[in-house]
Each structure stands twice: as structure tokens, then as C-alpha cells.
Design a protein around this ligand. Structure first.
Ligand code: ZN
Length: 378
């Protein structure tokens, strides 16, 4: 498990922050304390600026979580399995486990985040207006005004048609809606995303060189992040789409992947490990799955004990996360493996063992399928 700065559960959704979030929080806090707030009103105590900056960062964190939860709960209302919101160096993400099945679902879900940010912009600006009346409340009013502004900017930035930003998802949903072709919609939206990314990088370098502003460096970083995200989102999305209409069981490579629980470790080494020169087998007792065994389990048994030790004694039992019903779809198996960082998953039909599915099998199938779909599109 990776360490998180904080993690809590709300409405069945885990909200958590990666350590890199701290970098963004410190950067924003620092620029608020020494730049933004002193520029607005000079002559306050340093401690006041620091306190305002801390409130600003807390408010920003709250705002981004609200934005992501808005995507999450709207998505869940459409039946999308979204269980986690993660904050990191470049903002936040509601983690989709599968792709929307219709363009309308994607459209509404993508718009839900920026709409929440616009709503928060309005609320914070109104509160700032109220707070500005009394002079003593001025620092608090400035923080509220900042939060109004930053939520407005968040909505605008996220609505850029640069996949995987929200606006890119809106663009993808619209192309998908009008053309009926999800693959083409994905390609165009991610091309737009990569185009914007290059623009950010070039503009950032220009800013950095012409003004020496560190903000320029930030835009370069965002550009590189967006470029990587556009590309990996496209690959991941294409993989999920390719796996979305096929049964996981049909993707299992047929072959010699099982070993009988009753055989001795000595026989296992001779007849399975060495003969089939592979180091991984599912151990079965009749039709029932017992676990897995391989080279390291066999080597752990002392040589003179191998002839009278049964395979069932050394088989490693699969965890609950490693088991899935045999009738799941390919994209569901893919999501499960990604979620739990698994390389293999066992498909079972009640107690009966149905097969082993590997990540390599899934990726290769999706790759070939997309390759030939492209050829057909020409
Ligand atoms: Zn969003």
C-alpha cells in the first residue's frame, strides 16, 4: 500500500491524497502568502498572510474534492462504478473503473465537475461580497474572493477540449454522439489533448525565457503531464473498449496450466516445471481450485522431502481479490487486475475452476483487436 497524506470515506467513496499533493499545496500556499495576498492588500502582518494562505489551501483542497465528488456521484447515478477520488500534484481525479457505455453518460458526468466549480465560484464570491462590508473581516473576505476566482479558473481550465480534461471528455462524448463512432471520437479528443499539451509546453518555455517567471516552469510541467495523460488515457480507454464486449473466459489461453493437488512435489518438478518449462501452475483437486504453485514453492521443499510431500501442502491459496466469476466481461477482469495490481486472475464457476487469465493475455488481445479495427477504418 502506498502512503497517503489523508484518506477518508464519504458516501461509499474513498477520498485520498497522494504525497505529491503536498507539493501543490506548498506551492499554492507559498505563492498566496508572498505574492497574491500581499499584492491585494499591503501592510498586513506576515502571520496574517500565512494564515490566509493556509485557509486558501484548505479551501482549494475542499473545492477540488467537491469537483471530483460531483463527477463521482453523477457517474454513480448512471451506474458507473467509481469508488475512489485521488488528489495528486496536478489536481484531482475520480477514478473510472470502466468507460461510460453511452455518450450521454459521459457528457453529463464530464460536465458535472466544472458545473460544481462554477457553483462554488458563485457561492464563494457572494460570501466574499458579504464579508467585505465589515473592515475587520477583510482578510477572510480576500480568502473567499480568492476561492471564488480559483473555482472559476478551475472550471475554465477543465473545460479546455484537451482529453483527458473534462472538456476533452465533453468533446469526445459529442463526437461520439454525432458520429456514433467511439473509437474515432477517442482518437480526435486525445489528439486535441496532445495538441494543447504541446501548446502549454511551448508557451511555458516562452514565459520562462521572456519573463523568468517560475509560472512558466509550472506550465511546462502541466504540459508534460497532460501529454502523458492524454496518451495513456487513450491506450487505457481503447483497451477497455476492446475488452468491453468479450467474456473474460474466452480470453483464457487454453493449455497446460494446471497441476493435480495429489501429485508429489518430485513429480511436479519433473512432469510439470521441467517438462513444460514454465514456473507457474494452477493447482486443482478434481474441478476445485486449490491454489497455485511454481518454482519457488517447489524449491522451498527440502530435496529429500519432495518424494512424499503433496502439492496440496505447498499450494498458495488465492486471495479473494484474485477470484472472479467465470462470466465477467474482459474489461471487468482488467479493472480488477489494475485495482489490485495483479498479473493473473482465477476464473471460477461456483466451486469449479474455469481458467486463469493473465494481464498479458488481456493486453495482447486488446492490442490486436485495436490494430485490426484501425486497419479497417483506414
Ligand atoms: Zn473534472
Amino acid at each position: 500500500m502506498r502512503p497517503y497524506l489523508f484518506s477518508f470515506k464519504i458516501g461509499g467513496v474513498i477520498v485520498r491524497a497522494e504525497p505529491s499533493w503536498l507539493f501543490l499545496a506548498l506551492l499554492v500556499g507559498w505563492s498566496l502568502a508572498v505574492g497574491f495576498f500581499p499584492d491585494q492588500t499591503a501592510g498586513l502582518e506576515t502571520s496574517t498572510y500565512v494564515f490566509m494562505a493556509i485557509l486558501g489551501v484548505v479551501g482549494l483542497t475542499f473545492s477540488i474534492i467537491a469537483h471530483e465528488l460531483s463527477h463521482t456521484f453523477v457517474g454513480r447515478a448512471f451506474g458507473m462504478p467509481i469508488n475512489r477520488v485521488t488528489l495528486f500534484m496536478f489536481g484531482g481525479a475520480a477514478e473510472l473503473e470502466e468507460e461510460p457505455k453511452t455518450p450521454m453518460t459521459e457528457l453529463v458526468m464530464a460536465l458535472a465537475g466544472p458545473l460544481m466549480s462554477l457553483f462554488l465560484a458563485l457561492v464563494f464570491s457572494q460570501l466574499a461580497g458579504l464579508g467585505a462590508v465589515g473592515g475587520a473581516q477583510a482578510p477572510l473576505a480576500m480568502v473567499l474572493a480568492y476561492l471564488g476566482l480559483i473555482n472559476f479558473l478551475l472550471a475554465m481550465f477543465n473545460m479546455l477540449p484537451a482529453f483527458p480534461l473534462d472538456g476533452g471528455r465533453v468533446l469526445r462524448a459529442l463526437i461520439w454522439l454525432f458520429s456514433g463512432d467511439r473509437r474515432r471520437a477517442t482518437r480526435w479528443a486525445s489528439l486535441a489533448g496532445e495538441g494543447f499539451a504541446v501548446f502549454f509546453i511551448v508557451a511555458g518555455i516562452f514565459l520562462l525565457l521572456s519573463t523568468g517567471s517560475l509560472g512558466g516552469a509550472w506550465w511546462v510541467l502541466i504540459g508534460f503531464f497532460l501529454r502523458g495523460a492524454a496518451k495513456s488515457s487513450r491506450v487505457e480507454l481503447e483497451t477497455r473498449v476492446a475488452l468491453g464486449d468479450v467474456r473474460a473466459l474466452d480470453l483464457v489461453t487454453p493449455g497446460i496450466e494446471t497441476a493435480d493437488a495429489g501429485m508429489t512435489v518430485a513429480d511436479f518438478i519433473a512432469d510439470k516445471l521441467v517438462r513444460h518449462h514454465r514456473d507457474w501452475f494452477a493447482v486443482t483437486d478434481g474441478e476445485r481450485l486449490v491454489g497455485r504453485a511454481g518454482l519457488s514453492e517447489a524449491q522451498a521443499v527440502a530435496p529429500d522431502a519432495r518424494a512424499h510431500t503433496r502439492l496440496s501442502a505447498i499450494a498458495v491459496r488465492p486471495g479473494a481479490n484474485e477470484l472472479l466469476p467465470a462470466d465477467v466481461r474482459g474489461d471487468q477482469a482488467f479493472a480488477q487486475m489494475q485495482r489490485h495490481h495483479l498479473q493473473r486472475i482465477y476464473l471460477v464457476d461456483g466451486e469449479r475452476f474455469a481458467g486463469v487469465l493473465s494481464m498479458a493475455d488481456l493486453l495482447e488481445y486488446a492490442r490486436l483487436r485495436n490494430l485490426f479495427a484501425d486497419a479497417k477504418l483506414g
